[in-house]
Design a protein around this ligand. Structure first.
Ligand code: SF4
Length: 349
């Protein structure tokens, strides 16, 4: 080969280990002629201890560290911007991914509870008409590493809870999300108990049933937002494919298998879904299903025509539902002033 050709030849791309789990690492180490147990050590260094350089792995012989650094890397997403709400101190982080795409991650504080809201896709393909992310359209799925890295980037914050409720529909990125959940849940990974994790979905019944079989014991939240197919079709186009009857049947199945109370999120939008009749239909729809209803006053999204229900309507809606439904909470969204609240995430900068 000519010298000029050699000089312009790109070096082979290194394997990013972030996102690989024990079985993948075992395969890689086997190819390097290393013992199997090293994979568990390597996983623990990357996820539990948050190592970003092979030289930090002090219980690995120097030879192995060198071998690894020649073929692999531990890449991180890049923090571009952090905004803090002066009102409630919630924080919105803008991260840049290796291909230049951007995502947002939100951190909320409530006493000792620190919850991080993770994104799972760049944009979202479901196009809910009230949601800023839906308006962005869909760019791509996040990799397992990019999902987990949002937590690693904020690990100093003593996170207690995780919600998969940021940009994207987690169940449409099933394999990467599931692998991320296994890493997040495992003691060699990030050690979050299933009860500290909630996955929120717009409602993809076959995937809800699949998730119920995974033995993860995580919580499930359904972004419901309307009590009839007619109204839900308007707000959430996915309902035309999977109407309420099919969605609720899959939620019952999840409840039965996982034995955890499911949460229904209901965003209250002025004169769209906040009538007394809506509250009545909602309580009938969820009758006999042990669940929690979380009412969320709509958060403004620039360029969208919807408005928040009046306080009077919000309280009347809640008071009709409770005690007809066992647990009803009224969630005052955090981070509204920095557009970090539910349905407001959209990468602008
Ligand atoms: S509400 Fe959720 S599912 Fe609907 S468009 Fe927004 S991010 Fe996607």
């Amino acid at each position: 080969m000519e010298t000029a050709q050699l000089l312009t030849q790109k070096p082979p791309k290194k394997i990013n280990l972030k996102g690989l789990w024990i079985e993948d690492l075992e395969r890689l180490l086997r190819e390097l002629g290393e013992k199997r147990y090293r994979a568990r050590q390597l996983a623990s260094w990357i996820y539990a201890k948050g190592a970003t350089e092979f030289d930090q792995m002090t219980d690995f012989p120097k030879k192995l560290r060198k071998k690894l650094s020649q073929i692999a890397s531990i890449d991180s997403i890049k923090l571009v911007k952090k905004q803090v709400s002066p009102k409630d101190f919630s924080e919105k982080y803008l991260f840049e991914l290796s291909d230049g795409e951007k995502i947002e991650t939100v951190l909320m504080r409530e006493g000792k509870r620190v919850t991080v809201c993770l994104s799972t896709q760049v944009g979202c393909p479901l196009g809910c008409t009230f949601c800023a992310t839906g308006k962005m359209g869909f760019k791509r799925n996040l990799t397992t590493g990019e999902i987990v890295d949002q937590i690693l980037a904020l690990r100093r914050e003593r996170i207690t809870h995780l919600v998969l409720m940021g940009m994207g529909e987690p169940l449409l990125n099933y394999d990467n999300v599931l692998k991320a959940l296994r890493i997040i849940n495992h003691e060699l990974g990030l050690s979050f108990a299933g009860k500290a994790i909630t996955l929120s979905t717009a409602g993809i019944p076959p995937m809800i049933r699949k998730l119920a079989e995974e033995n993860l014991r995580i919580g499930l939240a359904i972004s419901l937002n309307a009590p009839t197919d007619e109204k839900r079709d308007q707000l959430m186009p996915i309902n035309r494919k999977y109407p309420l009857k099919e969605l609720i049947a899959s939620v019952r199945y999840f409840k039965q298998r996982v034995k955890r109370r499911v949460t229904f999120e209901y965003v209250l939008i002025k004169e769209i879904n906040d009538f007394k009749k809506d509250a009545q239909t909602l309580s009938q729809l969820l009758q006999g299903l042990p669940c929690k209803i979380n009412l969320i006053p709509y958060n403004r999204v620039p360029d969208l025509p919807y408005q928040r229900s009046s306080e009077e309507k919000i309280l009347a809606f809640r008071d009709y539902l409770y005690p007809r439904c066992p647990v009803v909470t009224l969630r005052l969204s955090k981070g509204e002033d920095i557009l970090a609240a539910c349905g407001q995430l959209r990468t602008q900068s």
